[in-house]
Every structure is written in C-alpha cells, then in structure tokens.
Design a binder for this molecule. Structure first.
Ligand code: MOS
Length: 765
C-alpha cells in the first residue's frame, strides 16, 4: 500500500511526456485490421477436433491418475492402508504423504509478483494433517483412468477428527481486517458517513448476501507431465504459462530452461486455471515412476480442490439529499479468506470508483474458515460487490421516486472519488444514453407490479457494472521479420477461448504495417518470451504494449541496417513509421524503404528483436476504470415465482474494441455468467461437515441454453487515450452489474426486493 501510494505521488508529479505511454498510442484511431470483424483464426482447428487440449496429448507409456479427497474438514490421518489399492489391476503407484517427495510450499498468487502462481500456501501431501474437507490425501496411478479410479476407492483411511471452523456466522467475532485488498488499502473513510446517514432525508441501509460460486469451465483442469531425465514437459490447461514454468522449476529444483509448459488451447478459464495441487502431484508422480502422467480433475474434484468465489455478506448504506446527491456511501462486509489463500474477493473496490459521495466508508473483514481456499473468479469483488451496491442504488431511487439512471448520473464523479486522480476516459453517461434508447427504457413503469400479462408480472431494471484497467508489468515479445515481408510475433500468451492469437495478429499487422495474412502469432509455450498471466482482464493490453515496444526497437534496428544508401538515411526511429511493408518518413511519405530492400542490401534473410514493455505507469497517473450500463427485461410468474429473463442489454465503456465478433462473444459470455449468478449458481455448503453438497453440474446449476435470452451487446467505442491501442480489457466487466439489473427488474415486476442471491422462486412466494 505504502508503495502504491508513493508511486502514485511520484508519478503524479511527472510531466505527461516523461511517462512511457504518456502521449497517446499513435495507432489509436489509425488502425485497419484492429476493429475489424474476424472469426477466431484457430476456429477450424477447434471445430474439426484437430486442436489438442492438455488431456488429449498422445504419449507412449502414459499412466493415469485418480485422487482421493478428505471427507473431514479438520484433523489428521489416523490409519492409512494402501495395500488393496497397490494390489489392484493396473496400478503403478500409490502416492500419500508417506511417499510424496518433500517440497517447499508453493508461492502464492500475487498481483505484484508475476512468478508466483499458487492458489494455496498449504503443503501438498507433506504431512498427515487435514485442513479442509476435500483436501487431496492420496493419488493413484494406473494404466487406465478406470483402473486408477477403482484402486483409489480401495484406499482405506481413518481420521482423528478435530473441531473445524466451518460456520460463517460463528466466525464473525474473530474476523480479521486485512491491511489491503489486492493493491488498495482496505479501510477507507472520508467524513462521518454514519452521521450523514442518520441525518439525510433519504436513506437505504441493507444487508445483501451472495453464496459461494464454483468454477465450472467446460474443460476441467488437466495436466499431462512427462520427464526426460531432469527435463520436464508439462501439457497444461493454464492461464499462467510462464509463471507455472518458473514455479515448477523452483519446486522441483531444476533449471527454468529445463521446464517447458505447453498450453496452446484452454477450454475456458475464469481465474481458476492457475497453479493448483494437481500440478505438483502429477509432476511429482511422473518423476517417481519415470513415465508420463495424466491427471484430469473430475468435475467433483474441481469443486473439492479448486473451488471459486467466497460467499459474502455485505452492508451497503446510501443516503441522499432531496436533489439526489449522495451524502453517504458505506460498503462493508464479510467474506471468507483463510490465511493460506490469496484472493480477498474485493467487493468494495468497484464502489470506491463509481460514485461521488460527501461521506464514505469502505472496509472488508475476512473470516478464517477451514475450507478449500476461495479463489479468483471472473471479476473477483466487482461481480458480487456490484450486486449489493447497485441494488441499493435502485432501492434509494425508488424511495426518492427518481429514475435510477438519473440518480446514478447525478453522482457520477469527475475524478476518482478517493484518490482525486483524473479518469483517463469515462463515459458512463453515454453508455446509459445509448442503452436506454436501444432498450426502450422509457417504456418502463416505475411503479412496481403494474405491468402484467396473464400470470406473468413484467419488469425492467438496470444497473452499472465496472472493472479497473490492469496492465501487467512483466512480459516480452519477439518479432521476427523476413525479407519476403512476413512477421512472426511470439510470446508465451494464453488463450482460454477468447481469441488471443486472433486479436494479437490483427494488432501486429497494424503495428508492423503488414497485411493480416503476412503475420503469425505464436503463443502457448513457455519456451517463448514470457508473457504475463492472462488475468485481471489485462493480457491483451499487456501484450499489445510489448509488441509496440518491440516494433519500436525493430524500427531502430531496420534504420541502422538501412544505412546511408537508404532514402531514409539520417532519420531517427521517431521520424518514421512501419507501413505497407517498409519504413516511411513521417514528414515526407515519399521517402520510404521496403523491408525487402533494407534486408537485401544488408545481405540478411531476416531480423529478430525481443523487447519488453515499459512499466505500466499510466495506472498510477490516471484512474483507469471501465464501466457498463446493464438493462434487463423479465417476467415473473405470479403463480410459481419463476423468473424468466426476456432480454438483456449491456453497453460497455471499455475503450477500443479490437475485434467486434470475439469481443461481443466474450461480453455476452460474461453476461450469461452474471445471469447464472443471479438466478441459479450457489455452492451448497454443509456447515456441520464443511462439505460442499452439490459438487457437480447436476446440482450446481449454470445457465443452459433455454435460460439464456436475447442478449444485446454494445459499446461506446471511445478509445482510452492512456492505454495501448486505447483498449482497456473486456474479460471480466461483463459479469458485473448483471445480477443487480435482474434483481432490480424483479422488484419492478413484483414489488418484492430480493437481497440474497440466487433469486430463486421460493424467495418470491
Ligand atoms: Mo481473472 S478472475 O483475473 O481470470
């Protein structure tokens, strides 16, 4: 925190032009391939089945792993009998805490340390202690997955149970107040919000709850690990290729260059495709048996040992004077974060940037429960925080008989409300204007329970979503340019399905002044220059910045090679641009030299540069925040309480859109995840045993096609002048605000205010 504060102060003093990226990216508004509708370049590989995922790589001598999970939440293993399992057909190895190699703990995920990737600081099969229900207590390797599963069922374990902390309510008196939530200070206060709340003419003061949410990517976590001597190749489904390679090298005490992590395709990753126990288990087992090992988590295992979002209990209090200006905003609450976890589920973070209020108070408390550590899940914090905040805004608007959009815009801040730093770009009002018009907001009747069709009560609602801009500091890319005017751009980027190679190819084509067909983007391999993890919606801009830096370096090297015989002789890198297969003078476009001519004169076939991006100082100089306006049209059965969504519409103020098709798809997917959060997703946790009761998709309900309505996705398209290419990231924002828009529409339809997710029909009867 202190570090962030000082960086902000120092950077705030720097003149604009001294900042890397201080002057806007020259490619903003000047691009050609960027912004063009283009299908996924690897789409044909996927739809024909040619793409090989981590669990599909064919290897000789492969053996398959199965896991055993603890059925108790706390205690220690008392007796352990593996003889029957070892004697079962096809069994190659049974690994328990007795036979597992001794390993250092995994370094935890951290925003500021890109080589740390672990979700949990707990030891992995290092001792007989049980720390949560679902913890892995044994691994079985066999010739087939079926043999491994069967043998795992034969392991006989008894436990000495100890009292476990598994009750949310009971843990509150011992709640911890962390100093920070990610990179922000946790507790913030301006003025006396409680006093302002008591004195204001209008106020809402309510508790909102959200249940645990579990990761449910279509592809469960999977690794295939193969050692050759002291060299390791890991086929992985990961959002963090380079950090995983670095962590494995450290844990298994081998050189970084002797680890290769390959992850060309990932079947969905929403924060959980990082580094989990299964990496360590599979790699250790493969080393012991000197055979390749495949470990695919069952759907149940994803619930037991990967987990997801913490449950939250949030208080939001809002007060306003008659004109609508907020006099108080309080957002506090409880979530679970065991001390061995890394994700603070920062649900108050969005509230700090969204509204101007005279008096504010923010703060989060953590409960230490003996549970699978909660983890990052699409818009950690904002996804559930926006449900509470934006429900409360709607409640206040109703109380004041004011249009909820109007109330929001009257409190739209000009600068970041806490830091006072200027926003780089912010057009929430424009998003609402576009959204209200396209949606037909004017048709809404503000009085609840007034529109009806037969048994169906009709309602409309809206809510704001938000997510910060993140550009990650580490990372490099390599560009190889050949004489025939082709470029290959490479780094260890990740693609969880959003189209990384597609948009980066579009960008590289524009940046290098080449047609799309002349550019290739290599990724998914830790032997390539290291990319930061795909997280925080920051991968795209992080790589764009590195490509831009490499392109600048390439320009300099080409000029140097061009020499005195070139029409560009005497010009410096800042005086030319890469365009149409060569370098062109900015001042005099008639002065140009093609890549072919430059490399031919120099007697070269190709030129290669590798470069990293400058530090993301723009994040400190400006408040960089994306926002969205969400609208929902729905009906509720007056007979059964069943909610049916008719339409969703989202307008996103997220900077430049790199590819309308892949972006719309990603934004629509995020809104669907928000719909699931609103209506059905809920981890059912038995507080007596600490056991998740619905560990599987049969009982943990994500939206199916029939639950999903027409979803209209739009954007303001206004570039952010402070970010590479004017883009600000779209991976996470779309889940935010959706649940509140739905809950607000339910109120409009029924007159019943639901403050507890999911919005199931029993709560409406
Ligand atoms: Mo995200 S929750 O940073 O994948």
């Amino acid at each position: 925190n202190a570090v962030i504060g000082s960086v902000r102060t120092v950077v705030g003093w720097l003149p604009e032009r001294w900042l890397p990226g201080g002057s806007p990216d020259p490619l903003i508004g000047r691009h050609g391939e960027v912004g063009r509708q283009l299908g996924h370049l690897d789409g044909p590989l996927k739809v024909t089945g040619a793409a090989r995922f981590a669990a599909e790589v064919p290897l000789e001598q492969l053996c398959h792993a199965a896991l055993v999970h603890s059925p108790v939440a706390r205690g220690r293993i008392a007796t352990l009998d593996t003889r029957a399992a070892e004697a079962a057909p096809g069994v190659v190895l049974v690994l328990t805490h007795r036979t597992m190699p001794r390993l250092e703990p995994v370094p935890l995920i951290s925003i500021t340390n890109m080589t740390a990737v672990g979700n949990s600081a707990l030891p992995i099969l290092q001792d007989p202690e049980i720390r949560y229900n679902g913890q892995v207590v044994a691994l079985v390797l066999a010739e087939t997955p079926q043999q491994a599963d069967f043998a795992a069922s034969l392991i006989d374990i008894s436990y000495d149970e100890a009292p476990a902390r598994t009750r949310f309510e009971a843990a509150k008196p011992q709640a911890r107040t962390p100093a920070s939530i990610l990179v922000e200070r946790n507790e913030e206060a301006v003025g006396d919000a409680e006093a302002a709340l008591r004195q204001s003419a209008f106020q809402v003061d309510a508790i909102y709850t959200t249940p645990g949410h579990n990761h449910a990517a279509i592809e469960p976590h999977a690794v295939t690990a193969a050692w050759t001597g002291d060299r390791l190749v890991l086929h992985d489904a990961t959002q963090a290729i380079a950090p995983t390679a670095a962590a494995l090298a450290k844990l298994f005490d081998i050189r970084r260059e002797d680890v290769r992590v390959l992850s060309p395709f990932v079947g969905g990753g929403f924060g959980a495709k990082g580094f989990w126990d299964h990496h360590v288990l599979a790699v250790a087992a493969a080393r012991l048996v000197r055979r390749p090992v495949r470990l695919v988590l069952s759907r149940e295992a994803v619930f037991r040992m990967v987990g997801g979002r913490s449950p939250t209990e949030q208080r939001v209090a809002l007060a306003a004077e008659a004109g609508g200006r907020f006099t108080a905003l309080i957002h506090t609450g409880y979530s679970v974060m065991p001390p061995y976890g890394a994700c603070p589920e920062q649900y108050t973070l969005g509230s700090r940037a969204l509204y101007r209020a005279q008096n504010v108070r923010f703060g989060q408390k953590h409960l230490d429960l003996d549970v699978v550590p909660n983890t990052y899940m699409r818009a950690p914090g904002e996804a559930v925080g926006s449900f509470a905040l934006e429900s409360a805004v709607d409640e206040l608007a109703h109380q004041m008989s004011m249009d909820p959009i109007e109330l929001r815009l009257r409190n739209d801040p000009e600068v970041h409300p806490l830091s006072g730093i200027p926003f780089s770009q912010r057009a929430l009002a424009e998003a609402y204007r576009q959204g209200a018009e396209a949606f037909g907001w004017a048709a809404r009747n503000a009085t609840p329970r007034t529109r009806r069709e037969g048994e169906w009560l009709l309602g409309m609602g809206c809510a704001t979503g938000s997510f910060p801009y993140v550009r990650m500091p580490a990372g490099a890319v390599r560009i190889r340019l050949t004489r025939d005017g082709r470029a290959s751009v490479a780094c260890s980027a990740q693609d969880m399905g959003m189209g990384t190679a597609t948009v980066q190819s579009q960008h590289a084509a524009d940046r290098l002044g080449l047609p799309l067909a002349a550019v290739s983007f290599e990724m998914g391999d830790s032997d390539l220059p290291p990319a930061p993890m795909a997280g925080g919606s920051g991968q795209t801009v992080s790589i764009v910045a590195a490509v831009a830096a490499a392109a600048t370096k390439l320009t300099g090297e080409l000029l140097r090679l061009a020499g005195n015989a070139s029409p560009l002789a005497g010009l410096r890198a800042g005086e030319v641009r890469l365009q149409e297969g060569g370098l062109v003078s900015l001042a005099d476009p008639a002065r140009r030299d093609s890549f072919d001519a430059i490399l031919s004169r120099a007697g070269r076939e190709d030129i290669t540069v590798t470069e990293s991006a400058a530090a993301p100082l723009e994040m400190f100089k400006y408040a960089m925040q994306s926002q969205s306006a969400n609208f929902c049209d729905l009906r509720v059965s007056a007979v059964t309480g069943e909610i049916r969504i008719t339409r969703l519409l989202g307008v996103f103020d997220v900077g430049t859109i790199l590819n309308p098709r892949t972006a719309a798809s990603q934004l629509r997917g995020g809104m669907i995840m928000g719909l699931g959060m609103a209506l059905s997703e809920e981890v059912l946790f038995d507080e007596r045993s600490g056991r998740i009761m619905n560990a599987g998709l049969a009982d943990y309900h994500i939206p199916a096609h029939l639950d999903i309505p027409e979803i209209d996705v739009r954007w303001t398209g206004i570039p952010d002048p402070r970010s590479p290419l004017g883009a600000r990231g779209i991976g996470e924002i779309a889940i935010t605000g959706v649940a509140a828009a739905i809950a607000n529409a339910v109120f409009n339809a029924t007159g019943t205010r639901l403050r507890d997710l999911p919005l199931t029909l029993d709560k409406l009867l």
